[in-house]
Design a protein around this ligand. Structure first.
Ligand code: NAP
Length: 190
């Protein structure tokens, strides 16, 4: 049975922690591909808190080019409105009706899953891979939620944004093309 990973996140900006997470999940769960789906409008954030989806999509597209198993989808951005995972997973199961779907995202986000829209249906349609940095063990996860330690997740988007704002270097935290994009478009300076 085909296994497809859906990498859900705001990716503001995408960094090596995300890329390592996706690759680790691909290998550990034997996924044929991992599709990055930048959230259009994450349910728990306001538009003023996040960068324009077109920037986040462009940076993510650049970041994944060197991995033949990685793809990107604009389905959440195109759908418009709030990006509920249930709508994304329904769309994905329509595209891959016989595949096992794994939704990969940060453990902090997964810890809130019981508050997500249509959570029972969501958990019946896909597995979850909750990625966290070592030392943050998650207890009592539901049956189809897997936990994965990713040392590279010491890198975080908020830390990168803070460093740009403070004029500190972000080299080696994310792909060079993404760093160039941030500089060219003046992202995160304020
Ligand atoms: P977030 O709350 O900004 O992130 C929580 C933590 O998880 C942060 O440390 C974040 O690090 C990390 N993280 C996020 N995505 C990750 C990924 N793919 N791999 C590894 N670490 C990741 O989370 P978010 O990005 O806004 O949301 C995560 C996903 O859950 C999105 O697809 C969002 O649409 C979905 N979501 C759905 C619902 C719902 O359906 N009701 C509610 C909440 C979230 P970084 O900041 O470094 O990324």
């Amino acid at each position: 049975m085909e296994r497809v990973g859906i990498m859900g996140g705001t990716f503001d900006p995408v960094h090596y922690g995300h890329l390592v997470t996706a690759e680790e999940a691909r290998c550990e769960f034997r996924l044929e591909k991992v599709i990055f789906v930048p959230a259009g409008q994450p349910p728990h954030k306001t538009t003023s808190q996040i960068s324009d989806p077109k920037h986040r999509y462009a940076m993510t597209r650049m970041a994944i080019t060197t991995n033949p198993y990685f793809q990107i989808s604009s389905l959440e951005m195109e759908r418009g409105g709030i990006s509920y995972a249930i709508d994304t997973i329904r769309q994905v199961t329509g595209l891959y009706p016989s595949a096992k779907i794994y939704f990969i995202t940060g453990a902090d986000a997964v810890l809130e899953i019981l508050n997500w829209k249509n959570v029972e249906e969501l958990l019946s349609l896909c597995y979850f891979i909750a990625a966290t940095r070592p030392g943050y063990r998650l207890e009592g996860l539901k049956e189809n939620i897997f936990y994965m330690e990713v040392p590279a997740l010491a890198i975080s988007s908020s830390e990168i944004r803070r460093r740009v704002r403070e004029g500190k270097p972000i080299k080696y935290l994310l792909p060079e093309a993404v760093e160039d994009y941030i500089n060219k478009h003046g992202l995160y300076r304020h």
